[in-house]
Design a protein around this ligand. Sequence first.
Ligand code: ADP
Ligand code: ADP
Length: 222
Amino acid sequence: QSYVELRHINKMYNDYKASDDISFSIQKGQLIALLGPSGSGKTTILRMIAGLENADSGEILIDGKKVNDIPAAKRGIGFVFQNYALFRYMTVYDNIAFGLKVAKWKRKEIDERVQELLKLVNLEGLGNRYPYELSGGQRQRVAFARALAPNPELLLLDEPFAAIDAKVRIELRTWLKEMIRKVGITSIFVTHDQEEAIEVADEIIVTNHGRIEQKGSPIAIY
Ligand code: ADP
Ligand code: ADP
């Protein structure tokens, strides 16, 4: 059984077809890129998988269950946005701990988990900094740590490097790929950058005008 499965998804915004008969499936542990030009419907797909948006027709299954039948708190999905979306008035530590406090983890467990994550994203010792004291690459690594904190089963990344300058972006995508491998989490990575998709993903799904145009390994797509 696939971990994520989309079956004939359609979605209209007014009279614009953002998703046009989208079907694909993802196996546990896979790192998939959704690659396509701006406006091709990539973010819409991510939002529907996360249950933030409903499809007009079709089905989305996560681990065999319909997304909308799973309570939001139990979906086990981490989301990283392109603009960091960190809490500006919270320290790095508190940003990462936020979801764990909401989920009522014990203080000691939160502290251990945050320290473990700071290490994972190479930000040890920076727990007391505020987002404005960090570089773009460091902020995005805080966003990864925050998304991974509650041990989600699925990580959704929406153009996570869009706001980062070109040189750092190249370092960061190599780092991201290794980090995801290490954690072993099933991930969907949205990008409009072909080189980035080829570098990061095991499989690429190419979108255009709300449809899937191509699907395959980075070598096949290239
Ligand atoms: P991508 O992520 O590939 O840039 P999106 O999924 O964000 O594409 O958008 C696909 C199309 O749907 C775009 O033309 C966009 O303008 C439109 N769209 C997305 N969200 C909305 C919305 N909430 N209301 C109306 N149109 C939307
Ligand atoms: P709270 O009062 O939010 O429950 P604590 O009493 O555990 O939090 O800690 C007070 C503040 O000290 C936290 O909000 C956090 O900013 C900071 N802090 C706690 N532990 C650490 C740590 N190990 N590394 C960095 N900052 C920490």
